[in-house]
Design a protein around this ligand. Structure first.
Ligand code: 8X3
Length: 302
């Protein structure tokens, strides 16, 4: 059950509120009793969402904002004395090319939106969060901020930046009345994330989520024509050769399972260890017998 926000912490600012996780978060916060300030570059979208929220009996206003524009962000911040919640959600992915061919312009844009955008808004609103006496900064990073996958480096590098910002901020403002929450979503099938990433290519965007069972956790990454496959049992017999490096998925690194030869080596190691203990036990037992015989002989010597 959500507790109703206090008067001083009633305002919640959500960046990137025009779609996906941002819009969903805004709806939830509004229903929980916050007064929403929806920001995004696309004015029509946030205005429509504000209308929807207000029509549902909650409270929302829309403010067009590009989080990478520092002057605009500073101007936006002057509208508030205090705010209770800031959700840094604006960001996204562009491209899924390997490091060898990735577009530096895409990398730069991703850094600017995911990292500097979060920095801009957080810096501008932090004093207002402190002023509320009970502030919360939410940083929406990604599992891509905690692991990596082929074709993801530009986005992954940026989301690592977002994650580091959140973690460092948390250390730096200990003692101030603002909590820092990092949310690291995995694959979330929103209307736009994958579509934007692939420059509007619907086929590629759809492929990202193909065969993904929403109930399953963890898994292999799907980019570059490797859709996730249902997990299958390996037929009995020798294990097929495995590549040296294990693939890492969007939900974090996939740990390698030992193959048959590795299993045999581990079993042999255990067996050797057991023999050492047996030997030690026999040795100690032997010493006791010898000692017993000697004492017996001495005591019974005439
Ligand atoms: C999105 C997660 O795995 O699609 O933040 O890169 S992933």
């Amino acid at each position: 059950m959500a507790t109703a926000p206090s008067a001083a912490s009633r305002i919640a600012v959500v960046t990137g509120a025009s779609s996906g996780i941002g819009a969903a978060t805004a709806r939830q916060l509004a229903a929980a009793g916050y007064r929403l300030v929806l920001t995004a570059r696309r004015k029509d979208r946030i205005e429509a969402l504000a209308e929807e929220i207000n029509a549902a009996g909650h409270s929302a206003t829309a403010y067009q904002l590009d989080v990478t524009d520092r002057a605009a962000v500073d101007e936006f911040a002057t509208a508030f004395k205090t705010i209770g919640v800031l959700v840094n959600n604006a960001g996204g992915a562009l491209g899924a090319d390997p490091v060898a061919t990735g577009d530096p312009a895409d990398w730069r844009t991703m850094y600017e939106t995911n990292v500097l955008g979060t920095l801009n808004v957080t810096q501008a609103l932090l004093p207002k969060l402190v002023a509320s006496g009970d502030g919360t900064v939410v940083v929406v990073s990604s599992t891509a901020g905690h692991g990596t996958y082929e074709g993801g480096a530009g986005y992954v590098a940026a989301k690592h930046g977002t994650h580091v910002l959140a973690e460092t901020l948390r250390l730096e403002i200990v003692g101030q009345p603002v909590r820092v929450i990092e949310i690291a979503p995995g694959m979330v099938k929103t209307d736009e994330f994958a579509l934007t990433r692939f420059g509007g290519d619907e086929k590629k965007a759809t492929k990202v989520y193909e065969g993904v069972d929403g109930r399953r956790r963890g898994g292999h990454h799907h980019l570059g024509g490797h859709p996730p496959q249902p997990r299958q049992r390996r037929p009995p017999g020798p294990a097929p050769p495995r590549p040296g490096l294990q693939h890492q998925g969007p939900q974090g690194p996939v740990m390698p399972e030992p193959d048959d030869s590795e299993r045999q080596r581990l079993a042999l190691e255990k067996k050797r260890e057991r023999y050492v203990w047996y030997y030690l036990a026999y040795f100690l037992f032997g010493i006791h017998i010898v000692a017993f015989v000697m004492i017996y002989a001495v005591l019974h010597a005439k």
